[in-house]
Design a protein around this ligand. Structure first.
Ligand code: SRM
Ligand code: SF4
Length: 594
């Protein structure tokens, strides 16, 4: 379409790399087989579409530089798991690969996937091929394409909306997946491998041509330069927003009738978290209401939305290239008009929706799933599955999966559910967890269970400061503070990131801590616990040791002034950030200083 052509004029470096890659092949195909420790810059960009990031151990960077050695390179590998649903054999494969080629840990991510860290370049092909042969995939887990599609994890068999959300997460993932054969050529040398068959409905929907939605060539939806930037989608259920649907480029909300029949989806567009400190033009934004789509037209609408971003998204400044900026700059009305032009028909108005419930049900512990079987939610602190001196979490999950061959689901908050458990298996599962020292739900304070941190140091190349390694101590201090203040009945969502990119969605947390300098964090308050209102900056640069004293002063005021049952985020929003800042300033200096 025309703006793809016009963006050729001054497209960014990554655009050129994508164009030269011949549908995600070059220069990766050649470099994979080379005896080197790392990939070239161009291959690194292409590699992302294949689900892999090149990283280096940042703890060792300085020392290695001083010793004249190159960086300690390794690869992070991210799987694509629509709705977070993982078959037992795939889980066992990932568990084994983490030990054999990775750093011995698995990481459940905020988008319901698993990551392996620490894989050396020489082992990348065997690791990836092994995943592929177990019907797993990493294609499009990263890169400028539709990423892992999220959906609520609860496997309720008697609540059809949850089943539809999982079903359509899989369908949407298939519909919007890249079609290049490069993935199989590179990682399994084109060898035929078992691939889950594509749903007939999705196959039929793929043929949609609309007004130029599909292009000539091997990638009819994406074309040779794919999207201007990453694209994220999720499916929520009316009343349940564990996926943070308003943080997505494309969000679908399942609507059912009284009998549980699928009526269709409300569609929201243009959400996103990422920003850069000091660059006002970058900002977290909530997705806006676009339309309602019945099941028979939802695929067309989703493809049209993606095609509008493909053709009109910013291809010269990657910091302005997400769909959220197109929607912001055009306004939702113009965006809707252009989508309608691509569709060749009018969009239907969004349907009324009930308010989302607070995101305080993490589905941890034991629950009946509505068909006589059970599911068990296990808290994974900051998503890291590993064996430590006090807790053999990785061993426990492996033993349970080996013994009972049960599927797992990764939650949007970095936890794991084991599903389809027969009643008679419960005792043995409890016994395995106990013998491995894995605490049950009741033994973990709720503020700890609800919190999230991104990986940050030492693996993330963009981290400004610590996150996953810093939050465990801080969150326990915050828990202690709640108890001291008699506020243990009012835990709130705490999310920490090592930089402003927002990987743990901190701008939708009631307390968001965003790395701004080594050991310092920007403090955000006032988001809604329902994931439908963003937080605002409360303090710019707070040393990690000053966070608890700062929060003490805020929570004291909250305790005195909150309405009955008023959530912390809602209170902060009601009284406003300037009011809270004034309260903190009014306190003695020693309370707020580092
Ligand atoms: Fe993220 C980049 C980790 C969810 C926004 N993210 C990265 C990279 C790959 C760093 C890099 O580019 O070199 C991080 C790898 C760290 C590591 O060592 O693993 C990284 N992001 C993660 C994960 C693992 C965090 C976690 O704690 O689980 C999440 C993986 C999700 C997945 O399975 O697909 C993860 N990232 C998110 C989310 C949350 C979400 O999608 O719901 C966001 C905010 C939502 C959004 O995209 O707007 C997010 N990550 C970013 C950004 C900023 C994008 C932007 O629009 O500005 C970057 C940097 C970039 O793209 O340039 C980034
Ligand atoms: Fe890295 Fe920043 Fe994402 Fe954390 S938020 S994983 S530091 S990019």
């Amino acid at each position: 379409m025309s703006s793809v052509a016009s963006s050729e004029v001054k497209r960014s470096k990554v655009e050129q790399i994508k164009a030269d890659s011949h549908f995600l092949r070059d220069p990766l195909l050649e470099e994979v087989g080379q005896d080197t420790t790392h990939f070239s810059e161009a291959a690194v960009q292409v590699l992302k579409f294949h689900g892999t990031y090149q990283q280096d151990d940042r703890d060792l960077r300085q020392q290695r530089r001083q010793e004249g050695q190159e960086r300690a390179y390794s690869m992070m590998l991210r799987t694509r798991i629509p709705g977070g649903h993982v078959a037992p054999q795939l889980y066992l494969t990932l568990d084994r690969l983490a030990d054999e080629y990775g750093n011995g840990t698995l990481r459940a991510t905020t988008r319901q996937t698993f990551q392996l860290h620490g894989i050396l370049k020489k082992d990348l092909k065997v690791t990836l091929a092994t995943i592929l042969k177990q019907m797993g995939s990493t294609l499009a887990a990263c890169g400028d394409v539709n990423r892992n599609v999220m959906a609520p994890v609860a496997p309720y068999k008697n609540r059809p909306a949850f089943r539809y959300a999982q079903e359509y997460a899989r369908k949407l993932a298939d519909l919007l997946a890249p079609k290049t054969s490069a993935y199989y050529e590179i990682w399994v040398d084109g060898e035929p491998i078992p691939i889950p068959p594509m749903d007939e409905e999705v196959k039929a929907a793929e043929a949609f041509v609309g007004h130029g939605v599909r292009l000539e060539g091997p990638e009819p939806l994406y074309g040779p330069v794919y999207l201007p930037r990453k694209f994220k989608s999720a499916i929520a259920v009316a009343g349940e927003n564990s996926v943070d649907v308003y943080s997505q480029d494309l969000g679908l909300i399942v609507l059912t009738d009284r009998k549980g029949q699928l009526k269709g989806f409300n569609i929201v567009v243009g959400g996103g978290m990422g920003r850069t400190h000091g660059k006002e033009e970058t900002e977290p934004l909530l997705a806006q209401k676009l339309c309602f789509a019945p099941p028979e037209s939802v695929y067309k609408v989703c493809q049209a939305i993606l095609a509008v971003q493909r053709d009109h998204g910013n291809r010269w400044d990657r910091k302005q290239a997400r769909l959220k900026y197109l929607v912001r700059d055009w306004g939702i009305r113009k965006f809707r008009r252009v989508v309608e032009r691509y569709l060749g028909e009018k969009l239907q108005r969004s349907r009324p929706l009930p308010k989302f419930a607070p995101n305080s049900d993490d589905y941890l512990g034991w629950h009946e799933q509505g068909d006589g079987r059970w599911f068990l939610g296990i808290s994974i602190e900051n998503g890291r599955i590993q064996d430590t001196a006090g807790q053999q979490l990785k061993t426990a999950l492996r033993r349970i999966t080996e013994t009972f061959a049960l599927p797992l689901r990764v939650t949007p908050t970095q936890d794991v559910l084991i599903v389809d458990i027969e009643k008679q298996q419960r005792d043995a599962i409890n016994q395995i967890l106990k013998s491995c020292g894995v605490p049950c739900k009741e033994e973990i304070p709720q503020i700890v269970r609800l919190s999230m941190a991104c990986p940050a140091l030492p693996t993330c190349g963009l981290a400004i400061t610590e996150s996953e390694r810093a939050l465990p101590t801080l969150i326990r201090r915050l828990d202690q503070l709640l108890q001291e203040l008699g506020l243990q009945d009012a835990p709130f969502l705490v999310r920490m990131t090592g930089c402003p990119n927002g990987c743990a969605r901190p701008y939708l947390a009631e307390l968001g801590l965003v790395g701004s300098a080594p050991d310092h964090y920007q403090v955000w308050l006032g988001a809604s616990p329902r994931g439908d209102r963003l937080a605002q900056v409360f303090q710019e640069r707070v040393h990690i040791d000053a966070i608890v004293p700062l929060m003490r002063s805020v929570l004291q005021v909250y305790k005195q002034e909150r309405y009955p049952q008023e959530a912390f985020g809602d209170y902060c929003h009601r009284v406003g950030i300037p009011y809270l800042q004034a309260q903190v300033q009014a306190l003695p200096q020693e309370v707020t200083k580092v």
